[in-house]
Design a protein around this ligand. Structure first.
Ligand code: UT7
Length: 332
């Protein structure tokens, strides 16, 4: 990004529901087993929101933690972006519910939909408002309660997903530090590989769509897998190229946590040693738009990401979409 103003992440926060659903629990619900899930995906357990918890509830927790970490007050925020495919409802936007509940009275607020790449899209969007000089402080949240749109009778998808939220506060910084590049992409031709078919204007919800279980996630796992392996490496290299860095410059990788085999393929392509990669997939499964910001928050809090580190974030998801960003970590 050749902007006059730099953009830095000055606070991070995350939240996951308390309830743990293990692979053994799932084996009692569908025809699966711990060994299959572990070896094919790397997932051991995931967090599931209770009946009274919606996406905005997790957003509020993560947002409050990120705001406290940034040392600012909610009233200072200029904008709130929530990346999600599981908003509380079709409208109003979940970002508006969050704006009200955290008391960010002067902030604009909107939702953004880019599947599991949503946080990267949100980061890119929020950064531009600051780089352009329009805003000073932007809250970007990636949050999902995928458990609410998961078909718990479909073993090919229900073992994969979990709920959570991650948030970052963006603020202006000296040019040349902070967010060094963003790269976004889409291949809408592959949209039907990962979709929630009913409930929108194309197929409004009816008794028939519910009977056909079209209000749940439908996925061609194998096709998405092949796409993901290809695009994770490519998007990473594009983002590095945009800020004149190479894979040798990467100090730490925060990949979308979808499948350990997809992450391993990206790590191999980028020639990284395993200790430079953050993995929490085993504990949370795939939390879609929440995956990267939750992992980032945990990595930062665990002291794995240090001031001056070149951090690469990369994700892929429904759309199909992908996104990557190179950040020079500036928070001490
Ligand atoms: O963030 C974006 C979201 N999506 C993804 O990241 C998904 C990417 N894809 C994947 O991670 C993998 O494709 C999966 C984990 C979903 C599936 O792994 P796979 O190695 O591609 O397996 P497969 O779909 O080719 O299925 C292999 C076998 C099939 O049985 P047959 O036809 O070989 O007899 C499936 O029916 O495994 C069977 N299977 C299961 N067996 C036990 C599928 N799901 C399960 C299950 N437990 N949960």
């Amino acid at each position: 990004m050749s902007s006059v103003r730099g953009v830095a992440i000055v606070g991070t926060g995350s939240a996951v529901p308390e309830r743990v659903l293990t692979n053994d629990d799932l084996a009692k619900m569908v025809d699966t087993n711990d060994e299959w899930i572990r070896t094919r995906t790397g997932i051991c357990e995931r967090r599931i929101a209770d009946a009274n918890t919606a996406t905005s509830d997790l957003c509020v927790l993560a947002a409050k933690r990120a705001i406290a970490d940034a040392g600012i007050s909610p009233g200072e925020l200029d904008l709130i972006i929530v990346a999600t495919v599981t908003p509380d409802m079709m409208f109003p936007a979940t970002a508006c519910l969050v704006q009200d509940r955290i008391g960010a009275t002067k902030a604009g607020a909107f939702d953004l939909s880019a599947g599991c790449s949503g946080f990267l899209y949100g980061l890119a969007t929020g950064s531009q408002f600051i780089a352009a000089g329009l805003y000073e402080k932007v809250l970007v949240i990636g949050a999902e309660t995928l458990s609410k749109i998961t078909d718990w009778e479909d073993r090919s998808t229900c073992v994969l997903f979990g709920d959570g939220a991650g948030a970052v506060v963006l603020q202006s910084a000296p040019a040349g530090a902070g967010v060094l590049s963003v790269h976004l992409g889409a291949a809408g031709s592959g949209g039907d590989l990962l979709t929630l078919p009913a409930g929108g204007s194309r197929r409004p919800t009816t008794a028939e769509t519910v009977a056909k279980r079209e209000h749940y996630i439908h996925m061609s796992g194998n096709e998405v897998f092949k796409f993901a392996v290809k695009v994770m490496g490519e998007a990473s290299l594009k983002a590095l190229e945009k800020c004149n860095k190479t894979k040798e410059d990467i100090d730490f990788l925060i990949p979308h946590q979808a499948n350990i085999r997809i992450i391993e393929a990206a790590v191999k392509r980028l020639n990284l040693s395993p200790d430079k990669v953050y993995i929490n997939l085993d504990r949370y499964g795939n939390t879609s738009a929440a995956s990267v910001p939750v992992a980032l928050d945990e990595a930062v809090k665990a002291g794995k990401v240090k001031k001056g580190d070149v951090v690469l974030l990369v994700a892929f998801g429904a759309g199909l979409t992908w996104g990557a960003s190179v950040i020079e970590w500036s928070k001490g």
